[in-house]
Design a protein around this ligand. Structure first.
Ligand SMILES: NC(=O)c1ccc[n+]([C@@H]2O[C@H](COP(=O)([O-])OP(=O)(O)OC[C@H]3O[C@@H](n4cnc5c(N)ncnc54)[C@H](O)[C@@H]3O)[C@@H](O)[C@H]2O)c1
Length: 444
């Protein structure tokens, strides 16, 4: 039996106090991004939070004995404002009516204010996979910074809801398109992120994953060549496979099983990098290669089997937390805002070599499970919810799961002046609050 508080009771608590997020040196983080390489990527953390740290829809009163307050404007506003501190004017309202099991949407009358850039500084940016977890955070940042953003996505793992708050904005376009097919648009920068990233999704159709990695990258590089756009690909630490060196530097060639169940993704990304440097050497395409290590944050699909979301959702629901293997394998986890800072810095820098973006703080999976459990209990205590102390249980390790992975980020530090700022504790706390909001709206 679980001790999770029923959704409606959670919904109608008073708005919470502001969340204070401290960096590694104990300084409060109020903005993300920085002004570097002639590109200022700084935006307020509160404004960003107003876009993701909230439930997607409001529940109306039903006939249940746990009746929610009446659907009065003030209370609805309070619920929407719960995590977002005064930005409700920029949020669309979606209201779920349990009695008739339907949902009503309002469109936005106003969008969050975006910077007004002079045309010479306004970039036309294409983000493939922009409706996914990483892509949607990148889109939020680029939009707030005042650029023109086009998202191309086939919605295989992404969702329109992640970017719906921008639909209709004059700087924004959303195109349903599969990158396996050619696509033509005028643009200055291409962030090529389209590819499923979690094992159950990329293994669901291995052939399609390889096609996306190879043909999708080929098409987007062709576009970069035609338009002379700068091209950045989101590669991955998986190209190092089960590494024999630790931590992994960019000049390590990797140790990948070419025929295992993960190969469609690992080898797909390796050949995508090969293509990228082929176009660079042969056709002079201006390329950037980000090798991304495990990243977590709000909007991560809670059901895609990635360890962070698994642990948090299990702990929040009061279920046992599942560790695969003996829990001694290590991982490092980077918070989404650090990754977005790194991607934007890399895109605008002169660094054409591959660059690792990840957080070097290493945890065993066992330690990590214990930390998640502790933070879930802390957040529940702060919210006045009595939570069960959940157990950690062990299951056999899946095939080819790497034992150790930790980035060497010296290159990112030297070339980009980039270092992760978010501690795992701060990131996890925000994630727990995000998933709580999802549970409160009833979508988790
Ligand atoms: N999240 C991580 O920890 C991580 C780590 C390493 C690398 N990456 C890379 O970052 C990128 C984004 O990852 P994510 O975590 O946001 O994953 P995600 O699954 O949330 O997002 C991927 C997006 O690409 C879209 N997509 C997939 N195939 C497509 C196709 N053929 N055409 C058009 N769109 C397509 C999906 O619908 C989704 O919106 C991926 O390239 C991934 O390999 C992510």
């Amino acid at each position: 039996m679980t001790d999770v508080v029923p959704a409606r009771r959670l919904c109608w608590r008073a708005p919470q106090p502001a969340i204070h997020t401290l960096d590694k040196n104990g300084k409060e983080i109020k903005t993300v991004g920085f002004d570097r390489f002639g590109f200022n990527s700084e935006v307020s953390l509160d404004v960003l939070r107003s876009l993701y740290l909230r439930a997607h829809y409001v529940l109306t009163a039903s006939s249940s004995s746990e009746a929610a307050p009446k659907d009065e404007e003030g209370e609805e506003e309070a619920w929407h404002a719960k995590f977002s501190h005064g930005h409700t004017a920029y949020q669309s309202k979606s209201i779920y009516h349990p009695d008739i099991q339907s949902i009503s949407y309002t469109t936005l009358s106003r969008f969050p204010p975006v910077k007004l850039l002079p045309p010479a500084r306004r970039k036309r940016v294409l983000v493939t996979g922009g409706a996914g977890f990483v892509g949607s955070h990148l889109v939020d940042r680029l939009m707030l910074l005042g650029h023109e953003v086009t998202v191309v996505d086939n919605f295989f793992t992404g969702s329109k809801t992640t970017v719906s708050h921008w639909v209709g904005h004059p700087n924004f376009e959303l195109v349903r398109h599969d990158v396996v097919e050619p696509f033509m648009i005028e643009c200055d920068q291409i962030y090529h992120l389209a590819c499923p990233a979690s094992p159950p999704h990329y293994q669901f159709n291995a052939v399609k994953t390889i096609k996306t990695s190879f043909m999708g990258t080929l098409n987007m590089l062709g576009l970069a060549k035609r338009t002379k756009a700068r091209f950045l690909i989101s590669s991955t630490s998986e190209i190092y496979g089960d590494p024999e060196v630790h931590p992994q530097q960019e000049d390590y060639w990797g140790h990948v099983n070419p025929i295992g169940p993960r190969a469609c993704y690992d080898e797909g990304k390796r050949v995508a990098e090969t293509l990228t440097y082929g176009f660079h050497r042969q056709d002079g395409v201006d390329v950037r290669v980000a090798r991304i290590f495990n990243t977590y944050g709000p909007r991560m699909n809670p059901f895609d089997g990635r360890v962070v979301s698994n642990f948090i959702v299990q702990a929040l629901k009061g279920e046992d937390m599942t560790v695969y293997g003996d829990g001694k394998q290590t991982r490092s986890f980077q918070y989404i805002h650090d990754l977005i800072d790194g991607l934007i810095a890399l895109m605008n820098s002169d660094e054409t070599r591959p660059v690792n973006l990840g957080n070097g703080d290493e945890f065993t999976i066992q330690e990590f499970a214990e930390l998640v459990r502790e933070i879930v209990e802390k957040v529940q205590r702060e919210d006045g919810v009595e939570a069960r102390h959940v157990n950690i249980v062990y299951k056999p390790m899946p095939t080819d799961d790497p034992q150790k992975r930790r980035p060497d980020t010296t290159r990112a530090k030297e070339s980009l002046g980039w270092q992760p700022r978010w501690t795992i504790r701060m990131g996890l706390e925000e994630m727990v609050r995000y998933y709580k909001a999802k549970m409160a709206e009833g979508s988790l």
